[in-house]
Design a protein around this ligand. Structure first.
Ligand SMILES: Cc1cc2nc3c(=O)[nH]c(=O)nc-3n(C[C@H](O)[C@H](O)[C@H](O)COP(=O)(O)OP(=O)(O)OC[C@H]3O[C@@H](n4cnc5c(N)ncnc54)[C@H](O)[C@@H]3O)c2cc1C
Length: 247
């Protein structure tokens, strides 16, 4: 008789939760261990390109996603003086079979969490449990956590930028490199820039750049009266010197 493998996933971020849903779609119920005491919804705007939307669609989340996201029809680049460099159609307008979406990162994460809990049960995600390491056996893996050891057939490390799973798999020198670029993000309401709704926008030079993407919910919370298409997540990007130093 077939027994589904036991899978532990470290991290209830976008990656870990999506992996959980994908495994569930193939008959494997994973257990997610999340270091944070509660899964909150930090972050700001994140852009999902059509190939990512296709994956979420295949997990049955297309409709829900469309309710929390905006689908930009184009991305446009401008010089510092405001004159347009070029405009490129995106998503369905760009000929893809799936839209491109701008969505609040935290709301996307919460949508995934809700789907995981609805499909696998409320206790599928164990919060307040940090994965500290693992010991590989011949057929199983012992996952070491702050809540004690857990034995599984597979461990998936989806524990983010400073992954402890990855650090153990790839020890030694592999420092994160400072790109020299500083990004500052915020959400606001305002007249669409350029004055066409649902267009992403980048403006500036190589050293300094600002970008805006349309937003749906978060700016609504800033200003419930904001008209559709008047909510924006803005990114200010500035190249600092020197670049490429380990962080
Ligand atoms: C706070 C935050 C805000 C962000 N905002 C944006 C944004 O506005 N726009 C954008 O484009 N991208 C943003 N990103 C980046 C983007 O969300 C990630 O690059 C992408 O989602 C990668 O997701 P992930 O699941 O691999 O990792 P993450 O989203 O980093 O999730 C990793 C999860 O693992 C947990 N974790 C970490 N270590 C352990 C451990 N040892 N044991 C158990 N759990 C652990 C963390 O608490 C976290 O919940 C943000 C990321 C974060 C963390």
């Amino acid at each position: 008789m077939y027994t589904p493998p036991q899978v532990v996933i470290a991290g209830a971020g976008i990656g870990g939760l999506t992996a959980t849903l994908a495994l569930h779609a193939h008959g494997v119920d994973a257990v997610v261990l999340e270091r944070a005491g509660t899964v909150r919804a930090p972050g700001l705007g994140i852009n999902l390109l059509p190939h990512a939307v296709r994956e979420l669609d295949s997990l049955g989340l297309a409709e829900e996603l469309s309710h929390i996201a905006v689908a930009p029809g184009a991305i446009c680049y401008y010089k510092p003086d405001g004159s347009q460099l070029f405009c490129e159609p995106r998503g369905l307008e760009g000929g893809y079979d799936w839209p491109q979406y701008s969505v609040h990162r935290g709301e996307l994460q919460m949508m995934l969490l809700t789907a995981v809990q609805a499909r696998l049960g409320a206790d599928a995600v164990h919060t307040g449990v940090e994965v500290t390491g693992f010991a590989q056996g011949s057929t199983t893996v012992t996952v070491q956590t702050t809540g004690g050891d857990k034995t599984a057939d597979y461990l998936i490390g989806a524990d983010g930028l400073h992954s402890s799973v990855r650090a153990q798999l790839h020890p030694g020198d592999d420092p994160l490199l400072w790109s020299g670029v500083l990004l500052v993000r915020g959400a606001t309401t305002g007249v669409p820039i350029p004055r066409r709704p649902n267009h992403g926008d980048r403006q500036g030079s190589r050293r300094r750049r600002a970008g805006c993407v349309p937003h749906r919910r978060r700016a609504d919370q800033l200003d419930p009266q904001a008209a559709p298409g008047h909510c924006w997540a803005a990114t200010c990007r500035r190249r600092l010197e020197p670049a490429r130093q380990p962080v």
